[in-house]
Design a protein around this ligand. Structure first.
Ligand SMILES: [Zn+2]
Length: 230
């Protein structure tokens, strides 16, 4: 989210998000380059391990450390990622409000925006949209389709909102997303909303400590228990 009144509008951005499915149906697999196809096939096969992700169950989580509260269906689009869209970005947001207000607006169909996860100042993680689905959080169609969005409780101009518990908990979540989707843990692939092409949003803002955050994500990537408070 952030500071803009067009927060995360789903239709914004260039309409170059032609799905791989339509490519395959339209022109056969040869349309997709050999190397890219191989990488996609690997992801697809991994995801199809029985018991992973599909079929869906109400309340099912992608991240064991989260609890589930469903977002309004107006704030996301049903998809079948990574089969229809490869996921290669994690996008970091700051809510410009409280945890409770973020949950509330994501449940509100008139809001027209929501992220997959919300992380509170106390480190709690709530999942509101499945990673299979496209959440309207980036304000850019293709970046919505390729990313998982994480909101953080607080305000961009209040560095005290970004607590140790929040950084550590969010880093474990991002490490899990990167591991499950094969996303490199670097600043090209873990980005702020401000870095989405065409955005006029500023979150997570200048006080978000990227160096600290990426160090925690890397630590959690190599050791699932690292980065914890204990
Ligand atoms: Zn944002």
């Amino acid at each position: 989210m952030g500071t803009n009144r067009n927060a995360g509008s789903p239709g914004k951005g260039p309409a170059h998000g032609i799905s791989r499915r339509s490519l395959l149906i339209g022109g056969g697999a040869a349309v997709v380059g050999g190397g890219a196809l191989a990488a996609q096939e690997i992801r697809r096969l991994w995801w199809r391990v029985p018991g992973v992700g599909r079929p869906r169950e109400p309340g099912e989580l992608d991240y064991a450390g989260a609890r589930w509260i469903a977002a309004s269906e107006a704030n996301w689009r049903r998809a079948d990622r990574p089969d229809d869209y490869a996921v290669d970005r994690v996008i970091i947001h700051v809510t410009q409000g409280s945890y409770a207000s973020a949950v509330r607006v994501f449940q509100d169909p008139s809001h027209r925006a929501a992220s997959h996860y919300i992380v509170g100042k106390d480190g709690r993680v709530t999942q509101m949209i499945r990673e299979l689905d496209v959440a309207y959080h980036a304000g850019n169609r293709s970046f919505n389709e390729r990313s998982v969005g994480i909101e953080h409780e607080g305000f961009v101009d209040r560095p005290q909102d970004f607590t140790r518990e929040m950084y550590e908990s969010s880093a474990r979540l991002t490490a899990s997303i990167c591991a499950r989707h094969g996303i490199p843990v670097d600043r090209e692939h873990v980005i702020g909303h401000v870095e989405v092409p065409g955005t006029d949003h500023t979150d997570p803002g200048p006080h978000w400590d990227w160096k600290r955050y990426m160090r925690l994500v890397r630590a959690a990537s190599t050791d699932p228990s690292a980065g914890s408070a204990s």
